[in-house]
Design a protein around this ligand. Structure first.
Ligand code: HEC
Ligand code: HEC
Length: 470
């Protein structure tokens, strides 16, 4: 597999052309508009504020001076969450790596971070962020990332990290009139605030706000072959407020078969018979052969329930390192004695360190979480949360391989084969703390082919995709 990540974002080009347009607007149109008494002033102001915010956000997103000077390279959000920087193909705000690369530190010598970078499209819809739900809001996530391992900072270096971010934006390292437009000017345009007169904490809060707003603007489009198919056939795009995903899926399956019986179902080259077969597998929850039960967790329109499930992925990686059945034997403390989050359980399994594993949401879930059932003890609840990870969206998978929280599956076929194998293991009672719905996935190899045809209809056109060379 070829790996290339050190491509630098080409935001500056877009940015300067955006600015050029603004300058042109002021020079050419302003006098005329002023003479005419500034009609539509409010709307125009809103447009320029929106443009200012997106320019500021893009600049902060690509800023590599926030990273630790003690790492071996400088990192920015855009290095791991790429779009079109790499000649190998378009990305949905992810990189190409199984696990994102972090700057090397002599006291924490590692190249691989803990997890695969997920797409950022629609991530602002997620009530909790990161695969393990560590963050409850985008602002929290941004502050954690600016002072975290992704940017080369070690635990305990938060103060230094924030001082550096402040220095870059509003302090000693800020741009001067000579070195180009300053963050101070951009903040003034975007948010009407003067960051130079603020305290370090206030400035950081504005940086977090600006980056959060930028991420909030990253949305998938309803232009995919699947979305067209839904519209063309008058199907509801998501369950209604009171409807479970399974009730929704039986309703849609019934409508599909009615339309087919009446020969009124409209297919086309972008959404063909194979995709339709895959959609049916995806929707079926009847637990007979060919029922994917996928919709139970990957609910449209974003194809995620935003919740956490153990699909046996962490166990698979652990057992690969330590032998079949090893994860079942791993010592995991009970609710009364567990100190969470636990560094030992936020690690990648490795042959040299058998006490380490990635237990996902187990690290962060609160014992009084609404996920806990009324009849569940704290301990059985926490046990159920072992190795649970957030359900990812299934939109734009063509631009986000490799798959799963550990990036161990280069293709969709690999990812779905693993789910098929793990569902067999779960039925045999051999997945520790398996999600109850895992054993309800009943798919075969032929179903996997249909499912991949269906999943490929969830890609919008983001540009050239990478050639499959695995
Ligand atoms: C070293 C690579 C790297 C850098 C740099 C990085 N990220 Fe990430 N990002 C990741 C990875 C990996 C994850 C998944 C982490 C996890 O689940 O534990 C992630 C997760 C996220 C998520 C959550 C997505 C979701 O669905 O839960 C958001 C939002 C995000 N990053 C935004 C940012 C922003 C903003 C920055 C810059 C301040 C940034 N990232 C910098 C690699 C990176
Ligand atoms: C019980 C809930 C659940 C069910 C049922 C389920 N999934 Fe998932 N799916 C998840 C979770 C959670 C993950 C992330 C697991 C991880 O990384 O550890 C995931 C990951 C994936 C991924 C990888 C996506 C990525 O970006 O890495 C694909 C593809 C996928 N599921 C497709 C399917 C299909 C197709 C079905 C039906 C055959 C299905 N899933 C059934 C919860 C579910």
């Amino acid at each position: 597999m070829r790996i290339s990540i050190r491509k630098h974002p080409s935001r500056t080009i877009q940015q300067s052309s955006g600015l050029a347009v603004l300058v042109m607007f002021s020079v050419v149109c302003l006098p005329a508009v002023l003479a005419a008494g500034w009609p539509g002033h409010g709307r125009r102001h809103a447009v320029s504020v929106a443009q200012g915010r997106s320019e500021l956000g893009a600049r902060l997103f690509a800023e590599d001076r926030f990273s630790s000077p003690n790492g071996d390279f400088r990192q920015s959000c855009a290095h791991c969450h790429m779009t079109n920087q790499d000649p190998e193909g378009a990305r949905a705000y992810t990189d190409f790596l199984p696990r994102s690369w972090v700057p090397w530190r002599s006291t924490d010598p590692r190249r691989d971070g803990l997890r695969n970078a997920p797409t950022l499209l629609d991530s602002s819809e997620m009530p909790r962020l990161h695969f393990d739900g560590e963050f409850g809001s985008l602002k929290e996530l941004v502050k954690g990332t600016l002072s975290g391992r992704s940017l080369g900072w070690l635990p305990g270096e938060e103060k230094q990290a924030f001082a550096q971010a402040y220095a870059v934006v509003a302090g000693a390292q800020r741009e001067t009139a000579k070195s180009g437009q300053s963050y101070a000017e951009l903040f003034k345009e975007a948010y009407s605030v003067d960051i130079i007169s603020m305290t370090q904490d206030q400035v950081l809060d504005w940086v977090a706000t600006a980056l959060s707003d930028f991420v909030r603007g990253l949305k998938s489009e309803r232009t995919t072959p699947y979305d067209e198919f839904i519209r063309l056939n008058g199907l509801d795009e998501s369950p209604s407020a009171a409807e479970t995903p399974t009730a929704y899926s039986s309703r849609i399956l019934k409508k599909l078969s009615d339309l087919q019986a009446q020969k009124r179902l409209k297919l086309n080259a972008r959404f063909n018979q194979a995709a339709l077969a895959g959609l049916k597998v995806f929707l079926r929850c009847d637990q007979r052969p060919g029922a994917g039960n996928c919709v139970a967790c990957h609910a449209p329109p974003l194809f995620s329930d935003f919740r956490f499930h153990n699909m046996g992925i962490s166990q698979g990686e652990y057992d690969k390192a330590h032998g079949d059945g090893a994860f079942a034997q791993l010592m995991i403390p009970d609710a009364a004695s567990a100190a969470r989050p636990a560094a030992q359980f936020k690690e990648t399994a490795s042959a040299a360190k058998p006490a380490q594993a990635d237990l996902g949401y187990w690290n962060f879930v609160r014992l009084d979480s609404p996920d806990r059932r009324p009849d569940e003890t704290a301990d059985s609840f926490l046990r159920r949360m072992i190795a649970t990870f957030k359900t990812p969206t299934l939109r734009n998978l063509a631009y986000s391989q490799p798959y799963m929280h550990n990036g161990m599956y280069p293709t969709l076929e690999d990812a779905l084969s693993e789910l098929m194998a793990n569902s067999d293991l779960a039925r045999a009672g051999r997945v520790r703390s398996a999600d109850e719905l895992l054993s309800k996935i009943r798919i075969s190899k032929a179903d996997i082919a249909a499912l991949t045809a269906f999943l490929s209809t969830l890609n919008q056109d983001l540009g050239k995709t990478r050639d499959a060379d695995y």
